[in-house]
Design a protein around this ligand. Structure first.
Ligand SMILES: [Zn+2]
Length: 252
């Protein structure tokens, strides 16, 4: 693989190859589940300016290749929570977080998979829609309209082109809207001149875009968003604080 002409997709600084792992390196290793070595090497590149780390070859894959090698019938085995446990946990968290959400607030769950999170929120009285770019039966994105609240759980680390994702989120968001998203920041886990041993850096899970806190900040700034974080894994982006979400900002 050529090491020349690698440019950080976040800050455009030159990026360098950082490490290589097997395609079957998965997050399940953190739970003691090890897949057999696939023999397919996946290189990760790293930007020393902003700390963004990504897998350039996988980022160039077609949707079909992702469906064939990553989001296939074996995916649930290495990410068992994605079908039911995680959507249900996230729905409960959102309902508690917005317990006085005005009825007119429209919500879209971007990357919603089977739509379970949205279904649970609808049961809780929310006006909610699910959209997943991998789900061919969902209403095309261009026909969805605009929303006050977007959620994107387990999306950012999966996207091959962060800029495309940000443009899509912007096109779906009302002017005073709010984006709540999850991605675990790499601060303290991906450091210069070390091996890529972080459990989250797992090609088999489709984790190809790994953000440092600085890279997230730059990404938000590029699209005129403010960024705030609940913790290392949960964040919000917004331009003006929406009145209905004022309580989120009271303690900050
Ligand atoms: Zn960078």
């Amino acid at each position: 693989m050529s090491t020349t002409h690698l440019h950080c997709p976040i800050c455009n600084f030159s990026a360098h190859l950082y490490d290589v792992v097997d395609l079957n390196k998965s997050c399940a290793e953190a739970m003691g589940i090890h897949l057999p070595i696939s023999g397919e090497p996946i290189y990760y590149a790293y930007c020393q300016a902003c700390g963004f780390c990504y897998a350039p070859t996988m980022c160039a894959w077609s949707l079909d290749t992702f469906r064939q090698k990553i989001y296939n019938q074996d995916y649930a085995a290495i990410d068992p929570d994605y079908i039911e446990k995680r959507p249900s946990h996230n729905a409960n968290w959102l309902v508690k977080l917005f317990k006085d959400l005005p009825k007119e607030i429209q919500h879209l769950d971007y990357g919603g998979g089977n739509g379970m999170l949205s279904d649970l929120l609808k049961q809780a009285g929310w006006d909610s829609v699910s959209y997943d770019p991998f789900n061919l039966t969902d209403t095309p994105m261009q026909q969805l309209g605009k929303f006050d609240l977007l959620t994107a759980f387990e999306v950012f680390e999966h996207v091959p082109d962060v800029e495309v994702l940000m443009h899509q989120l912007c096109s779906l968001l009302n002017e005073n809207g709010l984006i709540i998203f999850s991605t675990l920041v790499s601060d303290g886990h991906i450091l210069p001149h070390q091996r890529l041993t972080w459990w989250y850096a797992s090609p088999r899970n489709g984790h190809i875009s790994l953000f440092s806190n600085k890279a997230l900040q730059l990404c938000a700034q590029k699209f005129q968003f403010n960024l705030a974080s609940f913790n290392d894994g949960l964040h919000i982006m917004f331009r003006d604080q929406p009145v209905w979400a004022n309580h989120l900002f009271e303690s900050s």
